[in-house]
Design a protein around this ligand. Structure first.
Ligand SMILES: N[C@@H](CCC(=O)N[C@@H](CS)C(=O)NCC(=O)O)C(=O)O
Length: 213
């Protein structure tokens, strides 16, 4: 399988972590978002939304939308399970995962931040304030929804909620989001990164990682 991915992309990070946790082999194909490679016609044929990730299955089928890809991965390689089968547990895990994927990520996506500058003249400081505002608001919501007394968000093993949290927290560090109000998210992130499978999915460990000064 091939995973079209960008090292700093949180949606790619989620999928890399899931594949690694399940021990599923894949080849990383870098898509340079800063250079605009996501909008190249050949890539858009694979992913009409012009974003990463895209997972190409062995038979050539292209899967898009990270949350749909994660659902597929969990169905095909169920161990270890990331989305619980029990309906109530499942709803709780998905609520937190969607808090990141549906509430935080879309307003903080690269194309949105670029449009703030190009269409509305936002300065770098205003873009940073925008990123921080939506992450802090989204984090405040999910901080209240995860357990206080378990290693990960909902238990002693990582779930989809944890994969969404650890990847978004990477972005939060990038944008200097103050995190003192989020001790549970900080704890979950440290627990995730202590797992070699998730650490291997970290942006800094990707083939297209660049040194940022
Ligand atoms: N909802 C999509 C979003 C995909 C997406 O937009 N990913 C970001 C990277 S985290 C991207 O490729 N952005 C490029 C852009 O905004 O131009 C998913 O979850 O797969």
């Amino acid at each position: 399988m091939k995973l079209f991915s960008y090292w700093r992309s949180t949606t790619s990070y989620r999928v890399r972590a899931a594949l690694n946790l399940k021990g599923v082999a894949y080849e990383t194909v870098p898509v340079d978002l800063v250079a605009g490679a996501q909008s190249e016609p050949d890539y858009v044929k694979l992913n009409p939304g012009a974003g990463v990730p895209t997972l190409i299955l062995e038979d050539g089928t292209a899967l898009t939308q990270s949350m749909a890809i994660l659902d597929y991965i969990d169905a095909i390689w169920p161990e270890p399970r990331l989305i619980p089968e029990d309906p109530l547990e499942r709803a709780r895990v998905l609520a937190v995962a969607h808090g990141v994927a549906m509430d935080i990520h879309p307003v903080n996506n690269l194309r949105v931040v670029q449009a703030l500058g190009a269409d509305f003249g936002a300065t770098p400081a205003q873009k940073k304030a925008w990123m921080q505002k939506w992450m802090a608001q989204g984090f405040a919501a999910i901080e209240t929804q995860i357990s206080n007394d378990t290693a990960f968000a909902f238990g002693d093993v990582p779930s989809l909620a944890d994969l969404c949290i650890v990847s978004q927290m990477y972005n939060a560090h990038r944008w200097d989001v103050p995190l003192t109000a989020f001790p549970k998210l900080t704890r979950v992130t440290a627990k995730c990164l202590a797992l070699p499978a998730i650490a291997a999915a970290h942006p800094d460990n990707q083939p297209d990682a660049k040194e940022i000064i």
